[in-house]
Design a protein around this ligand. Structure first.
Ligand SMILES: NC(=O)c1ccc[n+]([C@@H]2O[C@H](COP(=O)([O-])OP(=O)(O)OC[C@H]3O[C@@H](n4cnc5c(N)ncnc54)[C@H](OP(=O)(O)O)[C@@H]3O)[C@@H](O)[C@H]2O)c1
Length: 319
């Protein structure tokens, strides 16, 4: 079975590529920059150039493909607008999948996206879910909680570097999951007929507040966090202000996510994964504690080695 993977260079996409190759699938990745994607080729994937904002680059890569796994999304630093990638780009993919009789389309949405129509990305996710469901293309949708990997930039690195950790003054619990675990569910779904035309929530079994995560990072790193609190009301105001200007609209869209923080209802509601179906037990999923412990252990060893190296260099200079 040949899989066509979009977003293979991304945080989640690379885990999916690796797992798919490990499980013996033929993997073809649509990439924008072959140089930056060489690691995927070294793992055994085939690379084809394609860009969701340039429709004519897509059809050729569909030849001989059985299933599409779409793990792409707009990079915050990109020039492309969210609507070009996460709306028009996805519409084009689904249309091609329909015309070319693709046997499964796997899409990654965000949990409870339908409840935030005022947030551009959430609205696009919810609408693409609807388009896919009504397209006639056999699909599996994973509605994901936050990824552990995103917590590294948000909390772990600033704490290690003694920089400010920004958090909202309101304390809300959220669910998170490791992208390697998301990849396991994704690849497993291809061999389970029962996952066809279904949507699944993917999140960890525990809900975390920012304080919980900061406390954990402090314990594991032995460093004290420099916390700066921002009221959600201020972020909302900033969003409205930045929303007026074309060039700042992306900042506005990202800030809009903060509004989700005000509503913890659903992030923790449907945490029970369909274990019966996937046969992946919660105890076999990586916990956030284990993920962060491994990260800090690795980083602290690296920092220690750098320190020893620089001390040795200083000694050499003195001698
Ligand atoms: N991050 C989270 O916490 C989270 C939570 C829930 C759901 N999700 C969803 O999970 C999926 C993966 O997210 P992620 O965080 O792994 O994403 P990511 O790390 O930001 O990676 C985005 C990927 O999309 C590719 N891409 C961007 N623009 C493209 C274009 N115009 N044409 C083709 N490819 C393009 C990027 O390629 P380049 O390398 O060329 O830039 C990259 O491979 C997304 O659908 C996201 O919405 C994420």
């Amino acid at each position: 079975m040949t899989l066509l993977i979009l977003g293979g260079t991304g945080t989640l996409g690379r885990q999916i590529v690796r797992k798919a190759l490990e499980d013996g699938f033929q993997v073809r990745c649509i990439v924008r920059n072959k140089g930056a994607a060489l690691f995927l080729q070294e793992w055994g994937a085939e690379l084809v150039y394609g860009d969701l904002t340039i429709p004519e680059t897509l059809p050729l890569s569909f030849q001989g493909v059985t299933a599409i796994i779409d793990a792409s999304t707009t990079r915050p630093e990109d020039d492309a607008k969210m609507v070009e990638v996460d709306w028009y780009g996805k519409l084009m993919l689904i249309e091609l999948a329909k015309r070319l009789n693709i046997k499964r389309f796997i899409f990654f949405s965000i949990v409870n996206s339908e409840q935030y129509p005022f947030i551009t990305l959430m609205q696009q996710k919810a609408n693409i879910e609807k388009v896919l469901i009504n397209s006639g293309v056999p699909y599996t949708i994973f509605q994901c909680a936050g990824f552990y990997q995103a917590l590294i930039n948000q909390y772990a690195i600033p704490i290690l570097e003694g920089k400010t950790v920004w958090k909202t003054s309101e304390s809300i619990s959220m669910s998170y999951i490791d992208t390697q675990d998301v990849a396991k569910f994704c690849i497993k779904s291809l061999s389970l007929k029962e996952t066809e035309n279904k949507s699944f929530f993917l999140g960890g079994v525990k809900a975390w507040t920012s304080e919980d995560i900061i406390n954990l990072c402090e314990t594991l790193s032995g460093q004290k966090a420099q916390i700066q609190l921002i009221p959600i009301a201020l972020l909302k105001l900033l969003r409205q202000v930045t929303g007026f200007f074309e060039w700042t609209s992306k900042i506005s869209e990202r800030l809009a996510f903060v509004e989700i923080l005000q509503d913890s209802r659903k992030f923790v509601n449907s945490i029970e994964i369909n274990n019966e179906l996937f046969k992946i037990q919660p105890k076999n999923l990586l916990s956030l504690e284990a993920y962060l412990r491994e990260y800090f252990e690795r980083m602290l060893v690296t920092l220690e080695n750098l320190d020893v190296d620089s001390q040795n260099k200083q000694k050499d200079l003195i001698i």
